[in-house]
Design a protein around this ligand. Structure first.
Ligand code: FE2
Length: 531
């Protein structure tokens, strides 16, 4: 029998496979698991209060996730400090009448009793439903969907969203996203915010809609990050989104610390060693709460977060990591006119990720190449004087040479249809990516859709006062709005449609969503059209 190289906390025992004698490749723990069996008295209360999730699909499977935590805000989540066994079931119908697959998993205290089960052997391009059971209790049922195989793609519908500051507003947009049952949800990060408003109302323009109970002003340690994720995951709207569709999860800065870069804290005086410890705690908690694969389990302060997905011959998705390998923001971060931002050595992805990205573009042609990433790639000049380019150093503008390398590699690979999605700035934006932003006559290398926030920065405005000035300063920018919401993308062989959906308030509950702007790109022509 194959010996496992993975920690036993991740092992699943697929009994059906075992019965069928397909033991080859099956991982069994050694030594034997001493887990509390299902039905044991070790779990008190509802252990599934944090819900279920799925993520990182491929053609034949996906990850299903839960975390056993009957008291999620208490240290240890209200669980015994020992492994607990649970079972999982997969069906093709939401009522789970016919069980297609089932197996056992073990939730371990060293991973906060989170469970990641990687399923395979399912059919491509299909909906599946799943749930967990332990101690005679059942989790809610979640829906996932496998990615299509070539010839089966049809139209892919997916959402890009992120930036969900708990205090700033309600997660109403997540409920609307859940109702739409997209094929997948690309989360660009700022899933949590590591700090909290210390003086309610005093130092903020945005009212505090929900106060965060307990624990410190800023997360630094594993128990603190776990507490923050647990609080967020108790939100019913966010849970509904995780139940509704698989996520492609990534992180930006606030999963660790505002504007962190590599091993640098935003604050002077934090040593590399101290920041590495914080990164390790932050990544551990991120992993524990995201439906990602074993390959994304952190190793100390390092995590492999960039990865590739393929949806038939229609869409390749490269999820990027623009935090872990980047250079520190030049000129002291913030809005700057900064010659250093143009230095050739500067990087956002690091050499290895850059090479991986460029090689992936050359492998097999695909209709649309999507970069699912965090901070805006477009030039965003806030100074109306054409002679002065004042940009934000935390975005791709802070590493112009890195952006240029990416554009030139896309051109060399003859990518016909490059689409970038991002977030971070709490504004809806759409722009054409000019191969040379300094040349108004430059051709477009692709388009970018920046999604606003779920709640961060509060209600926002339909038409910010600065919009005319910003649109004039950035001729490639075609749309700007600062209400809360998300982007729904519909992708077919002939066109890419992006719907900017917004809610008018995140301070008041149950607000409906409206379609604020529809933009369309025809395949082969990287130009934005309002529709
Ligand atoms: Fe944010």
């Amino acid at each position: 029998m194959q010996k496992c190289s993975e920690p036993v906390g991740f092992l699943t025992l697929d009994r059906r496979r075992l019965l069928l004698g397909l033991g080859a490749g099956l991982c069994l723990p050694a030594p034997a698991i001493r887990a509390a069996p299902a039905g044991s008295p070790h779990v008190r209360g509802d252990p599934f209060i944090l819900g279920v999730a799925s993520g990182d699909p491929d053609r034949t499977g996906f990850v299903i996730w839960t975390r056993l935590a009957p008291k999620p805000l208490e240290p240890g989540g209200g669980m015994p400090q020992r492994p607990v066994e649970l079972s999982w079931l997969v069906s093709a119908d939401p009522d789970m009448r016919v069980i297609l697959r089932q197996g056992q998993a073990v939730a371990r205290p060293e991973f906060a009793h989170a469970v990641h089960v990687e399923l395979d052997g399912l059919a491509p391009g299909r909906d599946y439903f799943y749930r967990f059971e332990t101690a005679g209790l059942r989790s809610p049922v979640g829906r996932a969907r496998t990615f299509p195989e070539p010839g089966q793609e049809g139209t892919i519908r997916f959402v890009s969203a992120g930036c969900q500051r708990y205090e700033d507003g309600l997660f109403t947009a997540w409920r609307h996203i859940a109702a739409g049952n997209p094929d997948f949800i690309a989360h660009y990060g700022d899933y949590i915010y590591e700090y909290k408003a210390l003086r309610v109302g005093a130092d903020r323009r945005v009212p505090v809609i929900r106060e965060m109970p307990g624990l410190p002003g800023k997360c630094l340690t594993l128990p603190e990050f776990r507490h923050r994720y647990a609080l967020y995951r108790l939100d019913a709207d966010l849970q509904a989104a995780h139940r509704a569709a698989p996520f492609l999860s990534s992180f930006d800065d606030h999963e660790v610390e505002n504007d962190w870069a590599g091993f640098s804290s935003e604050n002077e005086g934090v040593t590399r060693a101290a920041f590495a410890q914080r990164r390790a705690a932050a990544f551990q908690a991120w992993y524990e709460h995201m439906p990602v694969r074993r390959a994304q389990r952190p190793k100390g302060p390092d995590i492999l977060a960039y990865r590739r997905f393929r949806l038939g011959d229609l869409l390749q998705v490269d999820v990027l990591d623009t935090r872990q390998y980047r250079d520190r923001q030049p000129c002291g971060d913030g809005w700057k006119v900064c010659p250093e931002a143009r230095e050739a050595r500067r990087t956002m992805l690091g050499r290895q990720q850059e090479e991986w990205l460029h090689a992936g573009w050359r492998e097999r042609p695909v209709r649309w190449n999507l970069l699912a990433q965090q901070v805006p790639m477009m030039r965003f000049d806030r100074d109306p004087d054409p002679a002065l380019v004042e940009t934000h150093m935390d975005k791709w503008d802070g590493a112009e040479a890195a952006r240029q390398r990416l554009f030139e590699a896309a051109a060399a690979a003859r990518l016909a249809n490059l689409v970038v999605i991002s977030g971070d700035v709490h504004h809806n934006r759409a722009a054409e990516l000019r191969r040379n932003f300094d040349d108004p006559a430059s051709t477009n290398i692709g388009v970018e859709f920046v999604a606003t926030s779920i709640s961060s920065a509060g209600d926002g405005e339909d038409r910010p006062a600065s919009a005319p000035k910003l649109l004039a300063a950035n001729p490639h920018l075609k749309f700007l709005n600062s209400q809360r919401g998300y982007v729904l993308h519909e992708v077919s062989a002939s066109r890419w449609q992006a719907d900017y959906r917004v809610v008018d308030s995140v301070a008041r509950p149950d607000r409906p969503e409206t379609l604020r702007q529809r933009l369309v790109v025809e395949a082969g022509k990287p130009v934005l059209h309002a529709a």
